[in-house]
Every structure is written in structure tokens, then in C-alpha cells.
Design a protein around this ligand. Structure first.
Ligand code: OSB
Ligand code: MG
Length: 368
């Protein structure tokens, strides 16, 4: 695969509703897209970082810098045998996994087209339909949250995840369980607690949650292991897992029982498949996390969710939950059973809408 041209663009995409986590509120996404042309084919990648360095240190501007000044020059003009080969080339750069993933994943898109395969098949997927859940942010009132949950359950989503933080947690879970005693429910704290909150976190056990996601430090494993020994609710790790090695260490010390895999956080399909394999070898379930992606990142998430270890519903949901109009055709839709039918077409399985992308673009730079 000889890389002829790479284009970087930043899109501004307003969310249909603000999304709030323990670290802040997002109303408009700044999405960096990458278009790669090779051997007469085109592949697309998305940088999934937040606007501000709160989920991780990456931002659209750090990703633009790392891509423009390092990853793109290292990739351009070279002939790559397999998309995973760039992962090895990118390794000297510590971190910046979301920038790396955008470029590597675009090459996977091209490789799928070259081999006449749907992307899901190329990455080793087996599922033809994937189970979907939703992530619901912190709302302005509990009543509003309950209404949202009701709507998502009615739409068919298989599990509900709510964001929690000190002051919006036990009271909220109590209200949810009173109204919806039987739904599959989980909570995501995005590192809002510490071990000093142990007594408080123990109270979560009475809501029989499927899991609590990343209760403690964003780079911690050890305290999560200490916490897991003292609570019944399974811990799921998100922020702390950047590689297959992190996953192995986490499972070895008992820092959690479930892992959320995000393509951007681990650096692309190669690393994500390795994390999946580490978990599968230990019978640890995984699911696909989301980062409020546009259709491009969403399509990559769908492909990854078809690997056999993805046994739990992910945060991969319909385009319309986030966007008035997505940038792919068709948009991602979810069935009344809360599943996404994996596209069988070659490559991404969704067509980037170039006119719409152009309209939303606020900056563009290309390299030949
Ligand atoms: O922690 O999973 C998270 C969104 C932005 C940053 C972090 C997270 C999230 C979500 C949303 O929970 C998942 C989605 O894209 O629907
Ligand atoms: Mg999370």
C-alpha cells in the first residue's frame, strides 16, 4: 500500500444535546478527520480526543501537531505491506494514541478495500449484529434523566450507562432503580473518586449494577485492585488501559473484571485486537467504548465490536443521538432490539458524505 496523499481536516459539529461527565460539559465537537489516498483508493480515520485535555492529555491541536510533524511524514510515500506495520513505526512516540489510531485505522479501511472485504471481516470479526447500549450524561435534574432513560429503553437499547460524580450518584441510582428495577444498568465515574470514598462507593453495591466504570484515578491500577477487593460491583477499566500490557497487568493484580476498549485510547486496530486477545485468554468480557464520534469513528467502532470477545453491549449507538445529520451515508441506525446490523459492503460499509464534510470543515492541510 503506497501512500500518495494525506489530508487533515478539522470539523466543528454541534451535538444535538450537551454531553456532561464528571470532568465537564461538551456542546460542540471539534473533530479531526484524516483522509488517506493510496493505490487509487481512499481510507478515512478520526481522531477521537476531547476538545480539552480532561479525558486524556490529547486535544485536536496536539493530534494535529503529532500527525503533521511526525506520523504523516513517516507514513507518506512509503509502501506498507500491512496496516499494522505503521503501529511498529509509530512506537518511538510515547503516547498520543488517538493521533496514531486515526492514521492506522485509515490504512485498515484501505486494506479492506484492497482485499475486497468488509472492514469487520478484515479485523477478524465474527458477529453480524452487535448489541448496543447508551451512555447518558449528567442532566440538569433527575426527572430529566429518568425521561431520557425511558426513551432509550423504549428505543430498544440493551443497557443504560449513566455518568456519576460526587453529588450525582447514590441519589440518582436510587431514583433509577425505583423507577426501572430490572434494566441492565451501569455507572461511569470518569475518575471522580479516590480510595478515601470507599464507604460511599460501597453503597453502590445495592443497585446491582453490571459494573462501575473507572471510579478511581485515570492512570491508576493499584487502587482499583484494592477497591475491587472491597466492593461487589465489578469494576470496568476505561482511562487506565492504553495497551495490551496495561490490560495484562490490570487483570493480573485484579484491578477490574471487565475492560472497555476504545480504539483511540489504545492506538488503533492493532493494539485493540491485542487487548481483546489478552482479555479473551482470561475469559474477561470486553465492550466497545465511545468518544462522541462522528460517523467515521462510529463505523470503526462497529467493525471492532464484531470480534468474538465483545460480549457486552457497547457505547456504540445511533448517529441521531448525537448529530442532526451525520457525515456518512447511510447514518448508523439501531434496531428495535437494540442492535446494529454490521454492514456487509466492502471497506467501512458507510460512505463519507464529502459535501457535508466540506461544509463543516474549519481548517484543512494536505501532504503529498
Ligand atoms: O468515559 O466513556 C467515556 C464520552 C466522552 C469521553 C469519555 C466517555 C464518553 C462516553 C460517551 O461515555 C460514549 C459515546 O460515545 O456514546
Ligand atoms: Mg468511560
Amino acid at each position: 500500500m503506497k501512500i500518495g496523499r494525506i489530508e487533515l481536516r478539522e470539523l466543528q459539529m454541534p451535538l444535538v444535546h450537551f454531553f456532561e461527565t464528571s470532568f465537564g460539559r461538551t456542546t460542540t465537537r471539534r473533530i479531526v478527520l484524516l483522509r488517506v489516498d493510496a493505490d487509487g483508493l481512499t481510507g478515512w480515520g478520526e481522531v477521537t480526543c476531547g476538545e480539552l485535555p480532561f479525558y486524556s492529555y490529547e486535544t485536536p491541536d496536539t493530534a494535529w501537531h503529532i500527525l503533521r510533524d511526525f506520523l504523516i511524514p513517516w507514513t507518506l510515500g512509503k509502501d506498507w505491506a500491512a496496516p499494522g506495520d505503521v503501529e511498529l513505526r509509530f512506537r518511538p512516540i510515547r503516547g498520543h494514541n488517538m493521533a496514531k489510531a486515526a492514521l492506522e485505522n485509515a490504512l485498515w479501511d484501505i486494506a479492506a478495500q484492497q482485499q475486497n472485504l468488509p472492514l469487520a471481516k478484515l479485523v477478524g470479526g465474527t458477529l453480524e449484529e452487535i448489541p448496543c447500549g447508551v451512555s447518558i450524561g449528567i442532566q440538569t435534574s433527575i426527572a430529566e434523566l429518568l425521561d431520557k432513560i425511558e426513551r432509550e429503553v423504549a428505543a430498544g437499547y440493551q443497557r443504560i450507562k449513566v455518568k456519576v460524580k460526587p453529588g450525582w450518584d447514590v441519589n440518582v441510582l436510587e431514583a433509577i432503580r425505583t423507577r426501572f428495577p430490572r434494566i441492565l444498568l451501569m455507572a461511569d465515574a470518569n475518575s471522580a473518586y479516590s480510595l478515601a470514598d470507599l464507604a460511599h462507593l460501597k453503597e453502590f453495591d445495592r443497585f446491582y449494577l453490571m459494573m462501575i466504570e473507572q471510579p478511581l484515578g485515570w492512570d491508576d491500577l493499584l487502587d482499583h485492585a484494592k477497591l475491587q477487593k472491597q466492593i461487589a460491583t465489578p469494576i470496568c477499566l476505561d482511562e487506565s488501559i492504553h495497551s495490551a500490557d496495561d490490560a495484562r497487568k490490570a487483570l493480573e493484580i485484579g484491578a477490574g473484571k471487565i475492560i472497555n476498549i476504545k480504539l483511540g485510547r489504545v492506538g488503533g486496530f492493532t493494539a485493540a485486537r491485542e487487548v481483546h486477545d489478552v482479555c479473551r485468554a482470561r475469559n474477561v468480557p470486553v465492550w466497545c467504548g465511545g468518544m462522541l464520534e462522528s460517523g467515521i469513528g462510529r463505523a470503526h467502532n462497529i467493525a471492532m465490536s464484531t470480534l468474538p470477545g465483545f460480549t457486552l453491549p457497547g457505547d456504540v449507538s445511533a448517529s441521531k443521538r448525537y448529530w442532526e445529520e451525520d457525515i456518512i451515508d447511510p447514518e448508523v441506525t439501531v434496531s428495535a432490539q437494540g442492535t446494529i446490523h454490521v454492514p456487509q459492503a466492502v471497506g467501512l460499509g458507510y460512505t463519507p458524505n464529502l459535501q457535508r464534510i466540506e461544509k463543516l470543515t474549519v481548517r484543512k492541510e494536505w501532504f503529498e
